[in-house]
Design a protein around this ligand. Structure first.
Ligand code: HEC
Ligand code: HEC
Length: 441
């Protein structure tokens, strides 16, 4: 009884005029019900399209591949961290997803995106908590994490590589790991000295379009192409198993939701009130990762030296998902029914132009620069952007009607930033950041 009484007294003191006798810290019971959606962070959703998603041996292999560099092709731009133009074998996943900084690119400053064999067209997102997303990348190009890993080496901007070379690399360096996990061992013809080595040319990938002349890939026996594609899918599944362990929990906001009312500073609490109220951030940034997992047009401008003038976002990315050999509906999926259901009914229509995935906000203070363009350097810049009602020009499509000027005072904007800073939890375990790739060519 006594504690209940002091509760009401404290509530009445902090919120003069509020007659509700049911307060949770500074919030009404109703407000706190909204706040409860933010924490604590549970386990990532299962991914049945990858039967190895939670296999520890697979994650160990995935970690090795995450740091592997030898399959990356010639740099087209010199960079002090990477090397000289023409250097090969300089780029790993970890080059752009830097383990020391929540797996973002510390080299990328506003408007310069990330540098692989050339500039990327978008900002490299954090991989911490990436397993909670339904659609990966800014435009939702990947319907699963293993899709990203299976296609990774062929990204023209990241690695400029190709799947045949990658499969040979796996055979050369990671044969033992691979064969211990996957039912079908790597084909011995991947050994360049094998009698039938010609079945698998050293380099090759599917031709760019139907009109292009056939290359080494098209000349291969369809069964051998399947063998290589299965290897790529499995490599992707191993990388996913690793990425699923990159989790950050126990942020101040989690402790607050669980009743540790001192976990948030007074400024962060005022910011939280704005987040779920006047600033309406929660309309899109909802749930335990602070993303509704949907796509919106906030009008982020395509400005900056390395950015394409136009980025159609979801419009271009969905088209790629639906036609990719490694989507969840493909024969490499371990649950085609589920993968098919996820893609069912999705169509590339004009209203998808300029839509991007709502960014998750955990550990956001550690992952600058912001937005798909990397165009905003600080959280203060982001809040100012929203306070203006989003961008006004230089973006594709039509801005969401939800993007209206918020009329927040300078103090309110600072409070919102204080709340965003309270979303950082413990970094993922340090051993996941160790370069375990096998040295050598
Ligand atoms: C040259 C820099 C670069 C390299 C190298 C790179 N990435 Fe990325 N990564 C990016 C960028 C940029 C994006 C955003 C792509 C987009 O939105 O289209 C991204 C997106 C992702 C995503 C989706 C993240 C999300 O928020 O949904 C994952 C997962 C990922 N990368 C994993 C990897 C893995 C695994 C590798 C190695 C096989 C890799 N990346 C190599 C720059 C890079
Ligand atoms: C209409 C939906 C919507 C609303 C409302 C909204 N956001 Fe966003 N938010 C997004 C989308 C979509 C993106 C990604 C935009 C892009 O990169 O083009 C994003 C990106 C962000 C990012 C950058 C994420 C990253 O990793 O770079 C931050 C920070 C952010 N929002 C904070 C806020 C805050 C604070 C509010 C309230 C003032 C808010 N948002 C309101 C949809 C929304």
């Amino acid at each position: 009884m006594r504690s209940n009484l002091s509760y009401v007294v404290v509530a009445a003191l902090t919120l003069p005029g509020c007659m509700s006798d049911k307060m949770v810290d500074e919030f009404t019971e109703e407000e706190f019900d909204v706040i409860r959606q933010f924490g604590p962070l549970g386990e990532p959703p299962a991914n049945p399209t990858n039967r190895y998603a939670d296999d520890p041996a697979c994650a160990t292999l995935g970690q090795r591949l995450f740091f592997e560099k030898t399959y990356s092709h010639a740099l087209t731009i010199a960079d002090p961290a990477l090397g000289a133009v023409g250097d090969t074998g300089k780029i790993a996943c970890a080059s752009c997803h830097d383990v020391t900084n929540y797996y973002t690119d510390t080299r990328s400053h506003p408007n310069s995106t990330s540098l692989g064999v050339t500039w990327t067209t978008r900002n490299a997102p954090t991989l911490v908590n990436v397993a909670y997303y339904k659609w990966m990348s800014w435009g939702g190009k990947e319907d699963s994490l293993w899709y990203q890993g299976a296609n990774g080496c062929e990204s023209a901007v990241n690695f400029g590589g190709n799947r045949l070379e990658y499969a040979h690399m796996l055979y050369r360096k990671y044969r033992n790991d691979y064969n211990a996990i996957f039912p079908l061992a790597l084909d011995p013809a991947l050994d360049p000295n094998a009698a039938d080595a010609a079945r698998f040319p050293a380099q090759g990938k599917p031709k760019a379009n139907a009109m292009a002349p056939d290359g080494p890939w098209e000349m291969m026996d369809p069964k051998d192409r399947d063998i290589i594609n299965t290897i790529m899918a499995n490599a992707g599944k191993a990388i996913e198993a690793y990425e699923r362990k990159l989790i950050s929990r126990n942020a101040p906001v989690d402790r607050y939701v669980q009743g540790e009312y001192g976990a948030l500073t007074p400024a962060a609490k005022r910011g939280l009130r704005l987040f779920i109220g006047k600033a309406a951030c929660v309309d899109c940034h909802s749930g335990t990762i602070f993303s509704d997992q949907k796509f919106h047009n906030t009008g982020v401008p395509q400005l900056g030296i390395n950015l394409p003038r136009t980025d159609n976002g979801r419009f271009d990315d969905l088209a790629r998902t639906l036609t990719n050999a490694f989507n969840g509906a493909s024969k490499f999926s371990d649950d085609q029914a589920m993968g098919t259901a996820k893609l069912m009914g999705l169509q590339v229509t004009d209203n998808l132009k300029g839509l991007f995935r709502t960014g998750a906000l955990r550990h956001i203070a550690n992952t600058s620069p912001y937005m798909h363009t990397g165009g905003l350097m600080t959280l203060e810049d982001v809040v100012r952007f929203y306070n203006w009602g989003g961008g006004t020009a230089d973006f594709a499509g039509v801005k969401s009607p939800a993007m209206v000027p918020l009329l927040l005072t300078d103090e309110e904007q600072a409070d919102l930033v204080a709340f965003l800073r309270s979303l950082t939890g413990e970094p993922p375990p340090a051993e996941l950041g160790k370069d375990t790739s096998i040295p050598g060519p």
